[in-house]
Design a protein around this ligand. Sequence first.
Ligand code: 8YV
Length: 320
Amino acid sequence: MPAAYSSLPHVLADLPVSAAIAEMLASHVVLLPWEAAESEEARTIAGVYTYGHPRVDAALLDRLPSVRVVSNFGVGVDHIDVPAATARSIAVGNTPGILDGATADMAFTLLLAACRRLIEGDRYARSPEFIRYDPSYLLGREVHGSTLGILGMGRIGEQVARRALAFDMRVLYHNRRRKPEVEARLGVHYVTQDELLSTADYVVLTVPLTPQTRHLIGREELKRMKPSAILVNAARGAVVDTDALTEALTNRTIYAAALDVTEPEPLPRDHPLLRLDNVVIAPHLGSATEQTRQRMAEVSRDNLLAGLSGRPLPFSVAGN
Ligand code: 8YV
């Protein structure tokens, strides 16, 4: 570490972070690897920067008595015990509002890919088997004119709805709290969760992961869905019971799933879900565009630096 930097605040981070973030932070803080929480240096650590989703719980915070801020690169903070941080007067920052468009684009990409069997088609088009065009192969499901059900009408859910409406879809939603203002503005329809599951052609998950939404979609819920339905998970893997989903896809209880996230993440390489042809799967790419990731880096840096200097965070997690 250069001597001139040794007086900079120490920040615990799940390294490596991207080169862009390392550079952005280099003149402000010294990033220490996660293992530093177990070392002598723990007492000197003034901030925590979470890049992937390392667990920040009460036990970790108790080992870091000088921490003033936890800054998360991303909006979802299910890996951070926010009440434990608040109880220790530690600010928690995240990056809301920045990644809604990118995440909704990805949810829609997954929906389109699953409906139109794009990944199967890509594999076939590259394979030695494709030597004659045959109009009868790889028939998919229609997107336009169908009914989309959105579970979780927050900012990302709303962005998904807007894309669906442009595809001439009818949009149903369910949310903890009904949103008449969104209904009036967009023309989406509120229904119960059961009605949504049994009526929608496609179901998109955009809820945060909380104790209430863990395994929101399990065996019973999958059974309620149409045999032609597609489940798109753009939320968190644990919102869906992976065993129940694997079973439903294997038995064709539903038509397909399109997943940006899984539980666990990544799935073990020999997991049966990875062998199914009716699954499209991405490695958690919801916000992975150059522009969005740049903005997330800036906001998470600003939150971190504000917290380290005792200023209010530009984006602090609600209730913190
Ligand atoms: C990020 C995310 O990829 O914002 C979130 O909650 O899950 C994603 O945007 C992630 O936070 C980076 O690790």
